[in-house]
Design a protein. Structure first.
Length: 507
C-alpha cells in the first residue's frame, strides 16, 4: 500500500462504529410542526374566513388564494434581475441592494390560514389526527373509530357504551388522554390487535405541546397552482374546490351568529364537515399532486440535480482493474474536480484565479495536457485509491443499487509519451468520449447492463466521511445478508460461485 493511502480492506473488515447518544433515540419519533406557534411567527398571515363580508368578499377570497403576481423559480436572482443564476446565490446586487436567492423557499410559506370558531376549544393537529385515524381504523376500511367520536351528526357507537359518553371536538379535547387509553388498552378491537400501541403513546408524549391547534394552514400556492379570471377559478388541483366550500361554510357560521342563535352542537357538526374536507384536501394533494411521478415534488425537488453529481452511459472496463474502480469522462472530471484543479493551478502553478478559471473553461472543448496531469495528481494524492463516489442506477431498490466506488482515472489520463504521440483528432476523440467505464463484476447489484443504461455518481469530497459509506462498498455485498452463501449481486462465473459457496459453508 502506498504511504498515506487508506487501507480499504481494513475499513471493510473493521468498519467504524458511530457513537450513539442515548438522547438521539428521540429522533426515531416523528417531529410534528406546532401550527399555532408557526402562525404566530409569520409576518402577515391571512385568515381567509375572516375576510370582511362585503359584496366583493368572494372576489377577495379568490384573490387571496390565487395570487397571480407570484412567480416560482429554482433559479436564483436579485429583485431587479441584474444577477441571475445559482452561481450568484448569496451575493448582494449593487443595483437593487438585494441578496440573490431563489424564491422557492419564500413561496412555500403557509401565508393563508383557516381559523376555527371560538366555540370549539381546539382541533387535533392534522398530522397527528391522520396518524391516529389510520391507527384506530375500523377493520380494513378507511373509516376510523376516532371519527365516531368527532362526528356529532352520527349516533355514538354502541360498542363504546359504558366508556365513551360524549362526542365532538370539545369532548375529544377535554378527554383526550382517557380516549387514547381506551383505544390502546381497553377497546378490544384496537387494543388486542395492535402490539405497538406503546409507540403511539410515545409519539403523543413527544408531541404533547403540538397536539392541538386553532388555525389550519392552506397549502402554499406553489403546491396548488390556481389562476383566476374575475370570479372564476382555474384549478390544477381539483380538490381545492372542496376546501373552498369549507371556507364558505365557516364564513356562513360567522354571519349566521349575527342573526340567529347557533348551538355548540350545530357548530360542532359544521366543523366536523369542514375538518374532514380539510384532511381530505391535504392528503389528496400530498398523495396525488406532490408525490406521484409527474407531480411537483418529483419533478422540481426530488428530480433536481444535486451539486457535484454526474450521469452518463456506462461501458465495461476491458483492461486490468479492480472491481471498485470507476473511469469517468474528461468533461465530467473537469466539472466535478474544478475547484481542486483551481486550487492546484493557483497555489502550486502560480496562476491567477482568472487565468486558472479561463484555462479550465477552455479545456472543456480543447484537451489540456497540464490539466490532465493536475487531475492525475489529485487522484494520486487522494488518501484512497481514487476519488470516492456513490454510484447508482435508478431506482435504487436493491441492497447493492448504490455502491461506493473510486474514480481512479479521468479519461484519457495520458503520460508525456502518449501525449506526444497523440494526434489532434485523437485528443478530440478523448475529450468527447462521454461514457463512464465501470467493472463488469458489479453491474448485477444496480441491475445494469451495457446496452445504453445510464448511471449516476455523487462525489464525496469529505474524506473523513468516507468510512461511514463503507457498508455500500461492493466487497460488503460478497456475502448474502439473508443466508451464508455468496451474494448473486456480485457477477462471478458459476464455477467460482460453487467453489466459494463450498468454502463459506465448509464446517
Amino acid at each position: 500500500m502506498e504511504s498515506g493511502k487508506v487501507d480499504i480492506e481494513q475499513l471493510i473488515s473493521n468498519p467504524p462504529i458511530p457513537e450513539i447518544n442515548p438522547k438521539d433515540e428521540e429522533l426515531i419519533l416523528l417531529n410534528i410542526l406546532d401550527l399555532d406557534k408557526y402562525f404566530s411567527e409569520l409576518e402577515n398571515p391571512i385568515i381567509i374566513n375572516k375576510i370582511p363580508y362585503t359584496s366583493n368578499y368572494m372576489k377577495d377570497i379568490i384573490k387571496a388564494i390565487a395570487d397571480n403576481k407570484k412567480t416560482h423559480s429554482l433559479v436564483a436572482s436579485c429583485d431587479c434581475g441584474n444577477l441571475v443564476g445559482n452561481y450568484y446565490e448569496g451575493v448582494r446586487c449593487n443595483l437593487c441592494n438585494t441578496v440573490v436567492k431563489n424564491n422557492i423557499e419564500s413561496s412555500a410559506i403557509n401565508d393563508i390560514w383557516i381559523e376555527i370558531p371560538k366555540e370549539i376549544k381546539a382541533v387535533p393537529n392534522p398530522e397527528i389526527f391522520t396518524i391516529l385515524r389510520n391507527w384506530f381504523n375500523i377493520g380494513k376500511s378507511s373509516s376510523s373509530y376516532i371519527d365516531c367520536i368527532l362526528n356529532v351528526d352520527e349516533p355514538l357507537n354502541e360498542e363504546f357504551a359504558g366508556y365513551i359518553d360524549g362526542q365532538g371536538f370539545n369532548y375529544f379535547y377535554d378527554n383526550f388522554d382517557y380516549i387514547l387509553n381506551f383505544f390502546c388498552n381497553i377497546f378490544n378491537k384496537t387494543a388486542s390487535g395492535k402490539k405497538d400501541n406503546n409507540q403511539i403513546k410515545m409519539f403523543i408524549d413527544a408531541n404533547r405541546d403540538k397536539l392541538w391547534c386553532t388555525k389550519l394552514p392552506l397549502l402554499p400556492s406553489i403546491l396548488q397552482p390556481i389562476t383566476n379570471e374575475g370570479y372564476s377559478l382555474k384549478y390544477v388541483n381539483k380538490n381545492i374546490k372542496m376546501i373552498l366550500n369549507s371556507i364558505i361554510d365557516l364564513i356562513d357560521i360567522r354571519i349566521m351568529k349575527r342573526t340567529i342563535p347557533l348551538s355548540v352542537k350545530n357548530i360542532e357538526k359544521i366543523m366536523y364537515d369542514v375538518y374532514s374536507k380539510y384532511i381530505d384536501y391535504i392528503q389528496y394533494t400530498k398523495k396525488y399532486k406532490l408525490s406521484k411521478k409527474p407531480c411537483i415534488l418529483r419533478q422540481h425537488v426530488f428530480g433536481t440535480r444535486l451539486h457535484m453529481t454526474f450521469r452518463s452511459v456506462i461501458v465495461p472496463i476491458v483492461e486490468y482493474h479492480e472491481g471498485d474502480e470507476l473511469h469517468i469522462p474528461w468533461k465530467i472530471g473537469l466539472n466535478v474536480l474544478k475547484y481542486h484543479i483551481l486550487s492546484i493551478l493557483c497555489n502550486r502553478r502560480n496562476y491567477s484565479m482568472k487565468n486558472a478559471y479561463a484555462k479550465i473553461i477552455k479545456a472543456f472543448n480543447k484537451y489540456d495536457f497540464e490539466i490532465d496531469k493536475v487531475i492525475q495528481l489529485i487522484i494520486r494524492e487522494c488518501p484512497y485509491k481514487g476519488m470516492p463516489v456513490l454510484f447508482n442506477r435508478n431506482p435504487s431498490l436493491n441492497l447493492s443499487a448504490i455502491q461506493l466506488l473510486f474514480v481512479t482515472k479521468v479519461k484519457p489520463s495520458l503520460n508525456i509519451k502518449e501525449y506526444n504521440k497523440a494526434t489532434e483528432d485523437m485528443l478530440n476523440t478523448y475529450i468527447h468520449d462521454e461514457t463512464i467505464v465501470m467493472s463488469t463484476l458489479i453491474v448485477k447489484g444496480p441491475n445494469a447492463d451495457f446496452d445504453g443504461d445510464e448511471m449516476n455518481g455523487i462525489m464525496l469530497y469529505e474524506m473523513d466521511e468516507v468510512p461511514k459509506f463503507m457498508p455500500l462498498h461492493p466487497a460488503n455485498r460478497m456475502i448474502s445478508p439473508i443466508k451464508m452463501e455468496m451474494d448473486d449481486n456480485i457477477t462471478l462465473s458459476a464455477q467460482l460461485f460453487v467453489m466459494l459457496n463450498g468454502w463459506v459453508n465448509d464446517d
